[in-house]
Design a protein around this ligand. Structure first.
Ligand code: EPZ
Length: 422
């Protein structure tokens, strides 16, 4: 098991290239099983979650390979075992997004119910309800979802809104299933995340007929079949946001290459409010801070609101602000595993339900801390860059799920992070 040993404080300076999006890649990998043949996906990051998804597709009958140049090849000619195994699904909840495409392609799917999650309650009722609206018969058997539509799916108006707003992977599942349903499907209260728009653009390149992309109403005219695709996924806006906070928390300056500011307006708005400069540049932006960190209030919401996947990183930043900030988590109300760990580093955070009061402190202090989930672990690394002394982050495997060898990208711009196996 790896740990990170981080020496702080440091000041970051230089350029970092942003990788392709994990959360766009996963549903797009699932989309390739809608058709028989060889698809090529470009800019898919080298992450443990991507490898696990590759294993999931392998088990269905696909062949997933990587070229030397990094392209991901998925040969979905044969799907002879439409089953998402518990051993794989328990490692990664996003596995659930094979359910819709398998149903559309094979008329039947068995996928293990995802288990618990460190970031809170994550039901899939909206996924199942949406697929049932398209005519699937769904039942639960020994921890597996059994979904059947032997005569195919039929287009219908489907409302996908839930108690916390839209659902990203729920929209992905129903959207993929609808591409080959008979007739028209209207998905109302669809997720508008750039990752869903990327999936829809990829599906249209495969021959689907989707309109309303980027809006909360997606209209899908079902087609008889789709074709394999060559597609490049969008840059990772959450990775970009994480590196923006890295520049800000260290009072440094970073040029982020391959970064789409257009996907990050709520994030950039908050950064500027906090006293961080974000200037567009060729193929990216320059992010820096040379004044005090100002306090600011943040409420997470579905896109285009402030992303929950940057809540922890901004909490680390605001823990060093002048004054108090209020952070409200409206998407995953229990997503606060990082609070106790940041307090171990001398932050002053008080949690009350889905709200955290962040009382700014003069400095953070290095300490041994425990990663619990992907974004919480990123926040601990960022705090370690600014803290006095040594921070040891345990369970680094959490961060490897979503950031490709982060220490090899941060050390060249001034960080002092060593990865050690214990
Ligand atoms: C996606 O998860 C992302 N994962 C998450 O990123 C991200 O935090 C989340 O969207 C929200 O932006 C991937 O794309 C692989 P949701 P997803 O369904 O689709 C409730 C990361 O760090 N809900 O949009 O699983 C749910 O409990 C990960 O990269 C229902 O009630 O999230 C939550 O409160 C973590 N019923 C809210 O909706 C349902 O059927 C939003 O969840 C589905 C969801």
């Amino acid at each position: 098991m790896d740990i990170f040993r981080i020496e702080g404080p440091v000041r970051l300076s230089g350029s970092v290239k942003i990788n392709g999006s994990k959360n766009a890649s996963l549903p797009i990998m699932a989309a390739t099983i809608l058709t028989a043949g060889k698809s090529v996906l470009k800019a898919v990051p080298h992450l443990s979650d991507i490898s696990v998804f590759g294993q999931l597709l392998d088990r269905l009958g696909c062949q997933v390979t990587r070229s030397h140049s990094g392209d991901l090849y998925i040969d979905s000619t044969t799907i002879d075992n439409p089953r998402g195994e518990y051993e794989i699904v328990r490692k990664m909840r996003a596995s659930i997004c094979i359910l819709g495409p398998l149903l559309a392609r094979c008329g039947r799917a068995e996928v293990s119910m995802p288990g618990g999650c460190a970031i809170g309650d994550r039901p899939i009722d909206l996924h199942l309800r949406g697929l049932q609206e398209l005519g699937a018969k769904i039942r639960l058997k020994s921890g597996y979802i059994i979904a059947e539509a032997p005569h195919g799916l039929t287009g219908k108006d489907v409302f996908m809104g839930g108690p916390f707003g839209s659902t990203v992977l729920g929209t992905a599942n129903v959207l993929m299933a609808a591409t080959m349903a008979k007739g028209r499907t209207v998905i109302e209260s669809a997720a508008c995340e750039p990752e869903i728009a990327d999936l829809a653009n990829c599906l249209n390149k495969m021959g689907a007929k989707i309109t309303g992309i980027g809006s909360a109403r997606l209209i899908v005219e079902g087609v008889r079949q789709l074709r394999p695709v060559e597609y490049q996924v969008i840059p990772d806006r959450i990775e970009a946001g994480t590196f923006m906070v890295a520049a800000a928390i260290t009072a440094g300056e970073l040029k982020l290459l391959n970064c789409r500011l257009d996907d990050m307006m709520a994030v950039v708005d908050r950064l500027r409010n906090i006293g961080v400069t974000v200037d567009a540049a060729n193929d990216g932006c320059v992010v820096g801070r040379n004044g005090p960190i100002k306090s600011a209030d943040i409420t997470t919401e579905p896109y285009p609101g402030f992303p929950t996947d940057l809540q922890a990183q901004f909490m680390a930043l605001l823990s060093l602000a002048q004054g108090d900030s209020v952070i409200i988590e409206k998407v995953f109300p229990d997503r606060f595993m990082h609070v106790a760990e940041l307090n171990r580093m001398a932050a002053d955070l008080r949690k009350e339900g889905a709200t955290v009061i962040v009382a700014g402190v003069k400095k953070l202090v290095g300490a041994p801390v425990m990663a619990s989930d992907l974004r919480a672990s990123a926040a601990l690394v960022l705090a370690g860059l600014a803290a006095d002394g040594t921070t040891v982050v345990n369970r680094v495997y959490h961060i490897d799920r979503g950031y490709e060898r982060i220490e090899e990208r941060l050390n060249p711009v001034g960080a002092k992070i060593s990865r050690e196996s214990i």
